[in-house]
Ligand binder design. Structure first.
Ligand SMILES: [Fe+2]
Ligand SMILES: [Fe+2]
Length: 198
């Protein structure tokens, strides 16, 4: 059957004012519009959010943007695949929006576009990073051991041990955001998976 194309004016708006009154046609129109707009803007929004991490150092010797770029640089130079480099680039993008659960926020953003291992690593990186310093602030550095049975345990341990916890060095030759931008654009151009219905 030939696909039906519906011509609409650029300023077309649906008639409903509450979702339950929407017709299938109207709701499909909204979904189409939203998908095009939101997915089209996503990578620029994310790159902008990353640039928004520039400035505050929180007392570290590098700011949060440089930490993010340095983590991605170390991942890239260690031979990590593109998904993992992009995971490294955005792993702390939630710092300013969700300081209490920034790992989960970043994982939620990345999950529809990255492979399962990379999403898992980002989601748990806070606990795995803790292995490198939590004993000095009165927490159990081995909390990560609760995930020993995960097939992604070693990947998360390496992510934090070799890249994340190492990425606070102002003298390191960190690559600029422009180096990673094509990788981010490639990843976020993928069709999103896992539309949540729960
Ligand atoms: Fe983090
Ligand atoms: Fe980090």
């Amino acid at each position: 059957m030939a696909e039906q194309t519906i011509e609409r004016a650029d300023d077309y708006r649906v008639a409903f004012t509450r979702m339950s009154d929407g017709t299938s046609e109207e709701l499909n129109h909204i979904i189409e519009q939203a998908n095009e707009h939101l997915h089209g803007h996503l990578v620029n929004n994310l790159l902008g959010s990353l640039q928004g991490l520039a400035g505050p150092t929180l007392g570290y010797r590098v700011d949060r943007l440089e930490h993010s770029l340095q983590t991605a640089t170390r991942a890239h130079r260690d031979g990590a695949r593109i998904d993992m480099v992009v995971a490294a680039l955005f792993h702390d993008v939630g710092d300013m929006l969700a300081p209490a659960n920034h790992s989960e926020l970043a994982a939620a953003i990345l999950e529809p576009y990255l492979d399962e291992e990379c999403t898992w690593v980002v989601r748990h990186h806070g606990v795995f990073q803790g292995y490198h310093y939590w004993d000095k602030i009165g927490l159990d550095k081995n909390t990560r051991d609760r995930y020993r049975d995960s097939p992604f345990f070693d990947a998360a341990a390496h992510f934090c041990g070799a890249w994340d916890q190492e990425a606070f060095d102002p003298s390191y030759d960190t690559l600029p955001l422009s180096f990673f931008e094509p990788m981010a654009r490639e990843v976020f151009a993928r069709p999103a998976t896992g539309f949540k219905t729960d």
